[in-house]
Design a protein around this ligand. Structure first.
Ligand code: PEP
Length: 253
């Protein structure tokens, strides 16, 4: 199985009203080449999904996803959104973003349950993993990555592992302007590739590993050339169409 082409995903976090989301989507569509050489994915807030879906007008260059979901299919979970509700609009759902893990105290077990809910609903999960600054300083990066990736992937049927994407997002690099070094990203990708192969019981070249953390059009060429990396999860820069499309251009072979 050949490697899948690079994926550039824009995580809009809790930004953009529906009206603003429609404008940004239209701007991105206008700036993308007619035939992008990378997969492009937008992850707007839940209330913008329907609007962005409409603004895409069936544009096959851009996929749509959500930033999170609940782990149950339905029930008394006030304020929550199930994967099944997202499936009408989304092909992908991000799980385990460090903001969910840190600010909302999501455990590895919770992230795994969410990832399984995404798969149950016929979508493709993006599993975010990454060490904090303190973990990096104490030399725990490998242990953290292995623990988070194993908790997310090991024990899934091989065909489900192959539907996953893993995003390496060092927590200290998110939103700080201080991206990781390409050598460190390559080392993390190698560690994650080992877990992916363990989970898939063999080669799983189609499972992409993304890098996320202060990616800009300027830093993208070096960051995305790190060995083992096939794209980026972009936060801040995804809120600007020129910046986001600049990153997609930088990721194109
Ligand atoms: C993120 O939140 O996933 C992210 C990578 O953010 P930023 O690009 O702003 O560092």
């Amino acid at each position: 199985m050949p490697r899948r082409r690079a994926l550039i995903a824009g995580n809009w976090k809790m930004h953009k009203t529906a009206a603003e989301a429609a404008v940004l989507t239209t701007e991105i569509r206008a700036l993308l080449p007619a035939e992008p050489e990378v997969d492009v994915l937008l992850l707007p807030p839940y209330p913008c999904l329907q609007t962005v879906h409409g603004a895409l007008q069936g544009d096959r260059r851009v996929q749509l996803g959500a930033q999170d979901c609940h782990w149950e299919d339905s029930g008394a979970f006030t304020g929550e959104v199930s994967a099944g509700m997202l499936a009408a609009w989304c092909q992908h759902v991000l799980v385990g973003h460090s903001e969910r893990r840190q600010l909302f105290h999501e455990s590895d077990g919770t992230v795994r349950a969410k990832l399984e809910a995404v798969l149950r609903s016929g979508m493709e999960p993006i599993l975010a993993v990454g060490e904090t600054e303190a973990e990096r300083r104490s030399g725990a990066t490998r242990d953290v990555l292995v623990r988070q990736a194993r908790a997310g992937l090991v024990g899934l049927p091989r065909e489900q592992v192959l539907l996953c994407t893993v995003a390496y997002e060092p927590v200290w690099a998110i939103g700080t302007g201080a991206a990781a070094e390409p050598g460190d990203i390559a080392e993390a990708a190698l560690i994650l590739r080992g877990v992916i192969e363990e989970a898939a019981s063999g080669d799983a070249a189609e499972v992409r590993i993304l890098y996320g953390g202060s990616v800009t059009p300027e830093s993208a060429p070096a960051l995305l050339s790190a060995d083992g990396v096939a794209g980026a999860l972009v936060g801040g820069a995804s809120l600007s169409a020129p910046q986001f499309c600049g990153i997609t251009a930088a990721a194109s072979p």
